[in-house]
Design a protein around this ligand. Structure first.
Ligand SMILES: Cc1cc2nc3c(=O)[nH]c(=O)nc-3n(C[C@H](O)[C@H](O)[C@H](O)COP(=O)(O)OP(=O)(O)OC[C@H]3O[C@@H](n4cnc5c(N)ncnc54)[C@H](O)[C@@H]3O)c2cc1C
Length: 380
């Protein structure tokens, strides 16, 4: 049957679009798009196609909060205690280098990066504050060689400047800030197309099978596609194609307010061990988190919001972020992350012709480009 289908193509189609791809990338998130780009740069004559089931990129890469960050003090201290200094520092360095590479590759203006700072905030009797304060200098000293200077500083006076209520302590780094996730993904997609990668939206891979010479992909619409190599970049959805992978689908819920006159908030903010995160955007507040209220319910690949978590987010807005200020919520959404037993992404060959680059956790903006570079190096 494949031969009969082929005969219906013109010679032009066969030579341009329907020749066997040297690489098929599944998933047009930040990892899939950068992987395709890096492979194409190394092999300019290769036929590279990105298959995406949505009409555009549709995963976490277009749903996230746009924090260009490398880890809050409490997260890094928890990692230090759990895994030791070497592993924690290697991860921070990877995230920091990833952010620099991303900004250099696409440009700060193109991704809407604002160097307005990253913050972690603590309530009055927050035990987290004591833990962070106790080892603050040790953490800064350890991070010094990566950044060439002290990274974090206490800036409690800024709590009032930002209009926060019930918060007594604040740590700031000037090295983080928010970016515009939509601009980033738009710029990346345009670059990938401009450099000769083909993009097929509305194309879901249902299953794949490898033989001695090729990989056969079964697509929606019962179409078959043969490829020389396949890279799976489906992150939180990885188990749909690879059921045994150590990847847990973790939903994150977000809301956004209408512009608020005189909004004082600037930059990115982590709260309550990072379970809540918020930032300014377009004159309003973007707030996400609350997965810890229902880990079981939020372990899903299904997009959606729940009253439990949305109510908690609204309460945080009322009581801490926008106290005594009226606000209107204009948008709510969710996205699916890929998590697992380790914070380290899985970037590996599964067989001769099939590889994966998944499990980016909550840090894909920072590490996506470097995960993709490693992934592209697996394919020849
Ligand atoms: C609410 C939320 C907030 C976040 N905030 C931040 C943040 O502020 N900073 C940060 O660094 N990170 C953040 N993250 C994490 C970050 O967004 C992810 O780590 C990153 O986007 C993962 O990129 P990816 O390319 O691996 O996966 P994705 O962007 O999820 O891409 C996977 C793609 O594969 C497609 N796909 C899946 N299955 C198939 C199939 N069978 N066939 C074809 N296509 C398929 C999907 O449609 C999707 O487009 C957040 C995530 C969420 C959900």
């Amino acid at each position: 049957m494949a031969g009969a289908k082929e005969a219906m193509h013109s010679v032009w189609e066969s030579r341009q679009f329907h020749r066997t791809p040297d690489l098929v990338v599944i998933g047009a998130g930040i990892v899939g798009l950068f992987t395709a780009l890096f492979h194409k740069r190394r092999h300019p004559h290769h036929h590279v196609i990105v298959l995406e089931r949505g009409p555009f990129p549709s995963g976490a890469s277009v749903k996230n909060a746009g924090f260009a960050c490398f880890g809050s003090p409490s997260e890094l201290m928890a990692d230090l205690e759990k895994e030791g200094a070497e592993a924690m520092l290697a991860r921070v360095e990877n995230r920091w280098k990833g952010l620099l590479e991303l900004r250099a590759e696409l440009g700060d203006a193109a991704i809407g990066f604002e160097p307005s700072g990253g913050h972690e905030i603590y309530a009055a009797h927050d035990p987290l504050y004591t833990r962070v304060a106790d080892r603050f200098d040790t953490l800064n000293d350890a991070l010094g060689p990566i950044f060439g200077k002290a990274v974090f500083r206490w800036n409690d006076e800024a709590v009032r400047d930002f209009g926060l209520k019930g918060i007594h302590h604040l740590v700031r780094t000037d090295l983080e800030g928010p970016l515009d996730t939509g601009l980033l993904m738009g710029a990346l997609l345009r670059k990938v197309l401009a450099e000769g990668v083909f993009f097929r939206p509305r194309t879901e891979v249902i299953s794949l099978e490898e033989d001695a010479t090729n990989v056969t992909l079964w697509l929606n619409g019962e179409e078959e596609l043969e490829a020389a190599n396949v890279m799976i970049c489906t992150n939180g959805y990885a188990r749909e194609l690879l059921p045994n992978m150590d990847v847990i689908s973790a939903r994150g819920q977000v809301l956004k307010t209408a512009p608020i006159p005189g909004l004082k908030l600037r930059g990115t903010f982590h709260y309550d061990e990072g379970f809540y995160y918020f930032r300014d955007h377009a004159g309003g507040v973007l707030l996400g988190g609350g997965r810890n209220l229902d880990f079981a319910g939020e372990t899903t690949t299904v997009d959606g919001t729940t009253p439990l978590i949305q109510d908690a987010l609204e309460k945080l807005l009322c009581e801490v972020i926008l106290p005594e200020q009226p606000f209107t919520i204009i948008q709510r959404w969710s996205g699916i992350m890929g998590m697992g037993n380790s914070k380290t992404p899985i970037i590996e060959k599964r067989s001769e012709r099939v590889a994966v680059a998944v499990r980016l956790g909550g840090m894909g903006v920072a590490i996506g480009i470097r995960v993709a570079r490693q992934a592209a190096a697996l394919i020849h």
